[in-house]
Design a protein around this ligand. Structure first.
Ligand code: ATP
Ligand code: MG
Length: 315
């Protein structure tokens, strides 16, 4: 049995009828970035979120992590309605849900030391009041993300892109969240570094039993990493289900176009620029390198193929 079949399980996260509209620049009409999206995540899920540039993936990720206010809808995490939280209660609740961003350098304050950056969620949530204890926790977290302890006093500018993203991951995990949104966490990194960051994420997810939303424009990575996949189109989820079902037996015409590479997922590349025979951009090494011990594997986080039929609509 897979986690998909456990209908009686309490979902860790339930989003209902989320919508977000942005006022258009100039005189155009408003942008419906996310339009009536509902979904649930079971504990330990890694939900891949794919779709063309502008389809609303980041906005949905930010709504789920309560970084933007929805116009409509609710997000309930572990029984707590995040959308109802404000001010101090929201700041405290943030320890349970965190985000890793695409551009590590842009998301790290260059004036702060690595210690200050990683301990920041513990300070903001008032989770750990003792500076000494925070330092201990940060040192342990540096070990976990594979960074030398000497980095504690460095600033982000003195780190490589991959090291910076390890700092971003450490900052997201220091408060021991249950739910993490990863918004294209590897797309600004070069190929070899990407694979090692993805392996780190898989390792951390397993050891800490985290629930992930993994936003990516790379179908191959989603296939390797995510037990479930949601396909976004024009602000809506058009298909969601176990990754293998979505990839191998897509039900929605949009998903079929996406998979046949008629649609481009790469930011900045116009739609239908790729010939159908072109390979999709890939994140991970293939062949021997991808099969090395400890590497990220297809179906990543579950043993066996998912069993449920594709959920045609949002769940
Ligand atoms: N802060 C904002 N103000 C105005 N419009 C926005 C804002 N954020 C997003 N949008 C618009 O909402 C739509 C969805 O954007 P979003 O960034 O969620 O897409 P995405 O799927 O993450 O795209 P990409 O793959 O390029 O990152 C786009 O039309 C975008 O221009
Ligand atoms: Mg985005």
């Amino acid at each position: 049995m897979t986690r998909e079949t456990g209908a009686q399980d309490m979902p860790i996260l339930r989003a209902e009828h989320l919508s977000k509209t942005f006022a258009a620049q100039g005189r155009g009409s408003a942008v419906y970035a996310v339009n009536d999206v509902s979904l649930t995540l079971q504990h330990g899920d890694t939900l891949g979120l794919v779709g063309e540039s502008g389809s609303g993936k980041s906005t949905l990720g930010r709504l789920l992590a309560r970084l933007v206010e929805p116009d409509e809808g609710t997000v309930v995490l572990d029984g707590e309605d995040l959308t109802a939280l404000r001010g101090r209660r929201l700041r405290r609740a943030r320890s349970k849900f965190q985000v890793v961003f695409q551009e590590p350098y842009a998301s790290l304050d260059p004036r702060m030391t690595i210690l200050q950056i990683i301990e920041e969620p513990l300070v903001a949530t008032k989770l750990v009041r003792s500076a000494k204890e925070r330092r201990e926790r940060v040192l342990a977290m540096l070990d976990e993300v594979g960074l030398p302890r000497e980095f504690l006093t460095r600033k982000p500018g003195a780190l490589s892109g991959g090291q910076q993203q390890r700092v971003g991951i450490a900052r997201a995990l220091i408060s021991e969240p249950t739910f993490v949104v990863l918004d294209e966490p590897t797309s600004s990194l070069d190929q070899t570094v990407r694979a090692s960051i993805l392996q780190l994420l898989v390792h951390l997810q397993r050891t800490k039993s985290l629930t992930f939303v993994f936003i990516s424009h790379d179908i191959h990575t989603v296939r390797r990493l995510c037990n479930r996949t949601a396909v976004m189109h024009l602000g809506s989820i058009v298909e969601i289900g176990p990754t293998e079902n979505v990839m191998q037996r897509p039900q929605h015409p949009y998903t079929r176009s996406l998979l046949s590479a008629e649609l481009s997922l790469t930011p900045g590349v116009p739609t239908r620029d790729l010939a159908p025979a072109d390979p999709l951009p890939t994140d991970l090494p293939t062949g021997a390198a991808a099969d090395a011990p400890g590497s990220v594997r297809p179906g990543g986080l579950e043993s066996g193929a998912p069993e449920l039929a594709v959920e045609r609509n949002n769940r």
